[in-house]
Ligand binder design. Structure first.
Ligand code: GRF
Length: 201
């Protein structure tokens, strides 16, 4: 399955997907495009270093979200992209992309959804005082981190944690959970049944 990864920043999850591919753990995944909304994203650099096409689309250059997403969609079609992995992509997707790739877009979120959706999952969990947090891989729908859940990993929240130490502990789990979920997805092993996702393996 030909995949595009969307990333706005440093791209460690993108790198972990590439590592998994290189290790032979993603036999059916082919990473053919990196899309960013941020021309400074380190993820773009990672793509170029790995010989993967990299494109950035700056939002303010377009009339509205639909026009923005039509431009991205054209880029995806040029590369015959069949599925999308969001990996630290800081923009909500609109109808244009959601309809073109219905049930074919995955995201990784740094909290145990449905707790702590949005852009500060680690900080929000820490401030709330939970003792366990983690990460979630889910299908993307029109809501903020609301789509059907594919996989979750839990991590302990320690008394002396800061946002940074908790984020680092969660990130380790992200780097394992995302490639595993993408493997199931690209091998056609995931079935969405209402809100529930069944893995056929
Ligand atoms: C990760 O914590 C991911 O869960 C969240 O954004 C962060 C991206 O980190 N959606 P990176 O760019 O993959 O290093």
């Amino acid at each position: 399955m030909r995949l595009a990864v969307f990333a706005s920043g440093r791209g460690s999850n993108f790198q972990s997907l590439l590592n998994a591919k290189q290790a032979g753990n993603l036999p059916k995944a082919e990473f053919v495009l990196l899309v960013s909304d941020n021309p400074q994203a380190r993820a773009l650099e990672i793509a170029r270093q790995n010989g993967i096409a990299a494109r950035h689309f700056v939002f303010r250059g377009y009339a509205d979200r639909a026009a923005y997403e039509r431009a991205i969609l054209e880029g995806l079609r040029e590369r015959e992209v069949e599925g999308i992995c969001l990996a630290g992509y800081m923009r909500l997707l609109g109808e244009t992309l959601l309809e073109a790739y219905r049930n074919r877009i995955l995201n990784i979120h740094p909290a145990l959804l449905p707790s702590f959706p949005g852009t500060h999952g680690q900080r929000d969990a820490l401030e709330y005082g939970v003792k366990v947090s983690g990460c979630t891989v889910h299908f993307v729908d029109a809501g903020v981190d609301t789509g059907p859940i594919i996989a979750q990993r839990a991590v302990e929240v320690r008394d002396d944690d800061t946002e940074e130490t908790l984020a680092a502990r969660i990130l380790e789990q992200e780097h394992q959970a995302y490639p595993e979920a993408v493997d199931l997805f690209t091998r056609g092993r995931l079935r969405i049944e209402g809100r529930r996702v069944r893995a056929l393996d």
